[in-house]
Write a protein that binds this ligand. Structure first.
Ligand code: MD3
Ligand code: FE
Length: 209
């Protein structure tokens, strides 16, 4: 379902079995040796999510991508598993777009998790200009996702993002402001066996050309 030109919601794209397999994979990575951390942003505030970047690391202090977690523990970013990239490619195709991801940012939200209104513009200029999409996959509790326009003050719409939903943001929607206003506790499939919400965002243009 197209919310705006280039912003395509794919409700329940993943079956429950696929959600379970993906959630277990994310938790294994997050609980592993190069796992979850809470980023501290420019200005010194802590984000309201736990994060792990796969393939490349997004430095929250510099807003740049790099090979190692220089703003945290200095470890190299874990690899982006090819099965995860393949899922993102498949979702982009379902929305009529093309993506060759080089990074996946994994976010973990608890009941108090949120993400302020922002643009994703730290990827390479050529991919931003081409409108190469970001693909998002949601698991667990439903989020109140907020999407606006190309300036901070533009009108905003709320879209509930539920477990198994895909969302593809490309073309003229690639630089829209967006955020997560709240996570609705205990709204996810109980079969997944975890509280909170996981979100994966796949991006192209985090590596030098
Ligand atoms: C709209 N994550 O990691 S995913 C982020 O649910 C981020 O964790 C949110 O915003 C989350 O940067 C939202 C949906 C999303 C991702 C990228 C976008 C929406 C977007 C880029 C442009 C427009
Ligand atoms: Fe974002």
């Amino acid at each position: 379902m197209e919310i705006f030109p280039g912003a395509v919601h794919l409700p329940r794209f993943l079956s429950l079995a696929e959600q379970l397999e993906l959630a277990e994979r994310c938790q294994a990575i997050g609980n592993g040796p190069t796992g979850w951390y809470v980023p501290t942003v420019r200005g010194g505030g802590q984000m309201r999510v736990r994060m792990v970047c796969l393939g490349r690391h997004w430095n929250a202090r510099t807003y740049r991508y790099e090979a190692s977690r220089r703003d945290h523990d200095g470890r190299p970013a874990p690899p982006l598993p090819p099965q995860l990239s393949a899922l993102a490619v498949r979702m982009a195709e379902a929305a009529g777009m093309r993506l060759l991801p080089d990074v996946c940012i994994l976010n973990s939200y608890d009941a108090a998790g949120k993400m302020g209104l922002h643009q994703d513009k730290d990827e390479r200029q050529d991919t931003l200009a081409a409108g190469v999409p970001i693909v998002s996959v949601s698991l667990g509790d439903t989020a109140k996702f907020i999407i606006g326009g190309l300036t901070r003050k533009d009108a905003k719409t709320m879209v509930p993002l539920a477990s198994g939903d895909g969302f593809v943001f490309g073309g003229p929607s690639r630089l829209r402001f967006h955020g997560v206003a709240a996570v609705l506790p205990h709204t996810g499939p109980p079969e997944l066996g975890f509280d909170g919400r996981l979100n994966l965002t796949f991006r192209q243009g985090a590596s030098p050309p």
